[in-house]
Design a protein around this ligand. Structure first.
Ligand code: CUO
Length: 663
């Protein structure tokens, strides 16, 4: 149960982020702002040099202006953001951390501040359990189209509460619009932004303590691999073929018009159809081909060249992590000078493709921010391209042999999935579109106007009826296992059955959890909501403030969840949409030996059960408990379907109808 100190901290965090583009008005925070100058308490920081550096930037007036669009990919913007992060992260206690943040907030660019503060809060052990409001309600401009923001202003000026319908961008003339509900899903955008806050590419290895950032490069591969697999499944649900990778020396087939505006009034640039990649002043298309050539050479050779001249082998289970760090590329890359920053530069090249020489002063495109990137279909094309590099590497590894897949004591006899509604038909999982309200209070300026006007947008979002897995298992003796559940479309765009050796690369992970089996027959049931790839719906910003205030007044109980993660696929999106008439998918279940799979030194079984969104978001502290490669057993080639299937696996067909309304 939250104590008074925790609740006060939580409330102050929320107030700090409310109306982030306007100066602090809250009296308590205002007092901290006056006294929080970190230069006056250098002894309260583990890294006083970082404090002097940051304070110097503030005093010299060299920080990014409040009105400029902050881009994490701009080295200067990023260095300043990191300068504050290093101060906040090195504060010796919570009060120093928070007071410094309050001091810095109005002295720098709002989104630059927000990024630093969020990453510091997510990583400080004394902030465990504190909740950040949904990203789309802190900086709504990054998630909304211009028409919605305009309506919000109208409501603010006329002081009329309003519920503004939000449409997806594009028109029916563009087939890509059929899957805009997925790319523009605010929860998915928020997940993606949070993934990159939990695993920043700029995270310096010396920040690391207690094995944090375990398998970061592999997670980069796997989380984006799953996003692409989900997108492809969504495309098939909408009669679109799977997404094609883009290539540096070919045209980008689909354009994109974001129809959105930054807080400073600049429009997000649009990209017409069929334009090619352009040289930037600091990076050419030829450079991209060269870096990629080196990466492909390394994959083929089976080793990479580290900056110190040593060779690092790729052809083992750790290879994917090394490769992930190189391709992203992150500060953990073994040789950024040689292998470049292929993926990050891909984002920047796409973002600047319509003003490559920076002649027209266009602001960054959607691809330059993690919270907006997935709106652009080019995001998935870029990531399909990157994913193919990882596939190339994985295909060099030997297929799993039977003894690596088999759990000899265990036989999975039957698998059934069933909706929790009374009328549910076994192996029929229902999806539908719901309506959700998002708070737009932060989309409009408030200074001088104290009264609240309720301004909300209503968005349509993919959702599904809750269901459960019922798995019948026979075990020769009492054992612990790990159940892994995957889903893949059964038929491709041409209506042909997808063979397993192809389907395996598009597997969507649904869940992974420890199971305790008795000798004899066992029936395992598991609720879809417990999935380790998803997180539940976050509370809205005003609701969160209200909740904390009520808890402070003793009107409500507030339970602190120290395992709470902001990173995680929205639970609503666990299943692909399917089709109105039903679409066939296959669900695969495999149970493997817990004692072989799990790293036990760091974790107790009950801890593992409490970890949320482990699948795509790993862990923030310590080692990931599952020692198997991410995506196991489908991450490697499958040469023979018959030999692959062992008794501890089972596959079942399921139908997913997308219905008009939830029952
Ligand atoms: Cu997440 Cu490219 O890494 O967007």
């Amino acid at each position: 149960m939250a104590d008074a100190t925790f609740l006060k901290r939580q409330l102050h965090v929320l107030k700090l982020l409310r109306h982030i583009s306007e100066p602090i008005t809250d009296p308590e925070l205002h007092a901290k702002k006056q006294s929080g100058d970190p230069a006056n308490h250098l002894n309260k920081f583990n890294d006083p040099k970082a404090v002097r550096h940051f304070v110097n930037l503030v005093r010299k007036g060299s920080l990014l202006s409040r009105d400029t669009v902050f881009s994490l990919f701009n080295p200067k913007h990023r260095e300043q953001m990191v300068a504050l992060f290093e101060v906040l992260y090195s504060a010796v206690d919570y009060d120093t951390f928070f007071n410094t943040a309050v001091w810095a907030r109005d002295r720098m660019n709002p989104r630059q501040f927000l990024y630093s503060f969020s990453v510091a809060l997510l990583h400080r052990p004394d902030c465990r359990g504190l909740t950040l409001p949904p990203a789309y309600e802190i900086t709504p401009h990054m998630f909304l189209t211009t028409d919605v923001v305009r309506e919000a202003y109208k409501a603010k000026m006329t002081r009329q509460p309003v519920l503004i319908p939000m449409k997806f961008t594009g028109s029916v003339n563009n087939p890509e619009q059929r899957v805009a509900y997925f790319g523009e899903d605010i929860g998915m955008n928020s997940h993606h932004a949070h993934w990159h806050m939990d695993f920043p590419f700029w995270w310096k290895p010396h920040y690391q303590h207690n094995h944090s950032k375990d398998r970061k490069g592999e997670l980069f591969f796997y989380m984006h691999h799953q996003m692409v697999a989900r997108f492809d499944a969504e495309r098939l649900s909408n009669n679109l073929p799977v997404v094609q990778p883009l290539e540096w020396n070919r045209k980008i087939v689909e354009g994109f018009a974001p129809g959105a505006m930054y807080d400073n009034g600049q429009e997000f640039p649009m990209r017409p159809d069929n334009i090619g990649f352009q040289d930037l002043p600091w990076l050419t298309v030829q450079d991209m081909l060269m870096y990629e050539g080196r990466i492909r050479d390394a994959i083929t050779a089976g080793f990479v060249r580290a900056y110190d001249g040593n060779y690092v082998s790729l052809n083992n289970t750790e290879g994917i992590n090394v490769l992930g760090e190189i391709v992203e590329s992150s500060a953990h890359s073994v040789n950024p000078a040689f292998y470049g920053q292929l993926h990050n530069d891909g984002h920047v090249m796409l973002s600047k493709v319509t003003d490559p020489k920076l002649r027209y002063g266009l602001p960054p495109g959607v691809m330059e921010h993690f919270e907006t990137a997935t709106r652009d279909p080019a995001f998935f094309r870029l990531h399909k391209h990157v994913d193919n590099l990882f596939k190339m590497h994985k295909d060099f590894l030997p297929p799993y042999q039977t003894h690596e897949l088999l759990f000899p004591e265990v036989t999975v006899e039957a698998v059934k999935v069933i909706g929790v509604c009374k009328a549910s038909i076994p192996n029929h999982l229902i999806t539908y579109f719901d309506e959700s309200h998002i708070d737009l209070g932060n989309a409009v300026y408030t200074t001088g106007q104290r009264e609240q006007v309720d301004i909300k947008a209503v968005v349509s979002r993919l959702n599904h009826e809750p269901f459960k897995y019922v798995i019948t298992v026979n075990s020769k003796k009492a054992v612990h296992g790990v159940a892994r559940i995957f889903l893949s479309p059964k038929y491709n765009w041409f209506g042909q059955k997808i063979p397993l050796h192809v389907a395996r690369w598009g597997m969507i992970e649904l869940d992974r959890f420890p199971v305790k089996l008795e000798a004899g027959d066992n029936v395992i049931t598991r609720n879809s909501e417990d999935s380790i790839v998803t997180i539940p719906e976050p509370r809205s910003f005003p609701h969160l403030i209200n909740y904390v205030e009520r808890a402070i007044n003793g009107e409500e109980e507030y339970v602190v969840d120290k395992y709470h993660r902001h990173c995680g696929f929205p639970h609503r999106l666990l299943l692909p949409k399917g089709k109105p008439e039903g679409m066939t998918y296959r669900i695969y279940v495999i149970i493997t030996d817990y004692n072989k799979d799990i790293i036990t030194s760091d974790w107790k079984p009950e801890d593992i059960e409490n970890l949320s969104s482990l699948g795509y978001c790993g862990v923030l502290e310590g080692k990931i408990p599952d020692a198997r490669p991410m995506g196991f057993p489908f991450d490697r080639r499958i040469t023979s379907e018959e030999e692959f299937f062992t008794q501890n696996m089972k596959v079942v067909d399921v139908t997913i109808p997308n219905v008009k309304e939830n029952r």
